[in-house]
Write a protein that binds this ligand. Structure first.
Ligand SMILES: [Zn+2]
Length: 246
């Protein structure tokens, strides 16, 4: 049930099947020299779409922009402030609440720490304001299972590496360019880097050379199934049991 593709009448009918929505979130940010900048939001939307075919759950229109820190200086990255994201998400969720949605899965294809913190802030504020709601704030890692971990060969693979390159190879192979060598940033921890590009030339964090289309297809199947299972378990909740402390 993709909300933007439904009529208002179909939306009302859909509420009889579920009061759960997946809100896909991501970012428009550099993904190395070989992947498109919409990698995060693109795969999140595709996985949410597939999950909605396996379980009764709404999928909200995507929130394309996210909070980007380490990629902010790379040409083409378009980020928004944490406050903007919190406000936007609260507005979208309140609108959905007004129409009967009670359970929310904020599913992000982008896992930056500040970005995830903004999603948690929004969920926390909403949860306090509306007592009959439930929230899950997740990224891809929360949908990993043992089989998915087994597919990954590269260590410390987090951005434009084996995982994300495999996903885009499976979803849109025409958008994948020549694979660059493995790389990882050398940020001057614990200090914050003023110019992240000085410490991270390629924009790759992992090993794209270990990626494959076959792996990507399996990963997408696993992520979609696990997201559908999460939606089912939210559907089956009888009352507010939001978990705190994440
Ligand atoms: Zn990404």
């Amino acid at each position: 049930m993709i909300i933007e593709e439904m009529t208002t009448h179909e939306f009302s009918k859909g509420l009889k099947k579920t009061k759960t929505v997946i809100v896909p979130l991501g970012a428009i940010e550099q993904h190395g020299p070989h992947l498109p900048m919409h990698t995060d939001i693109f795969h999140a939307c595709e996985i949410a779409r597939r999950a909605s075919r396996m379980a009764p759950v709404f999928v909200a229109p995507p929130i394309n922009f996210g909070v980007c820190r380490s990629t902010a200086d790379f040409p083409g990255t378009i980020g928004i402030r944490s406050d903007t994201l919190v406000s936007l998400l609260i507005d979208v969720a309140e609108s959905l609440y007004r129409h009967g949605i009670r359970r929310f899965i904020f599913y992000s294809g982008h896992a930056g720490a500040n970005h995830m913190a903004a999603l948690l802030c929004a969920a926390d504020e909403l949860m306090r304001a509306y007592e009959d709601t439930d929230f899950a704030v997740i990224n891809d890692l929360d949908l990993f299972d043992a089989e998915l971990f087994k597919l990954l060969e590269a260590d410390n693979d987090s951005h434009a590496g084996e995982f994300e390159t495999s996903l885009i190879m499976a979803l849109a192979p025409d958008l994948v360019g020549k694979l660059p060598p493995a790389d990882r940033p050398a940020f001057p921890r614990p200090f914050l880097a003023r110019d992240t590009r000085a410490y991270w030339k390629s924009g790759v964090w992992g090993d794209p050379g270990k990626a494959s289309r076959v792996k990507g297809e399996r990963m997408i199947a696993i992520l979609s199934q696990n997201l559908a299972k999460m939606a089912e378990s939210m559907n089956n909740q009888k009352k507010n049991t939001s978990r705190r402390g994440k």
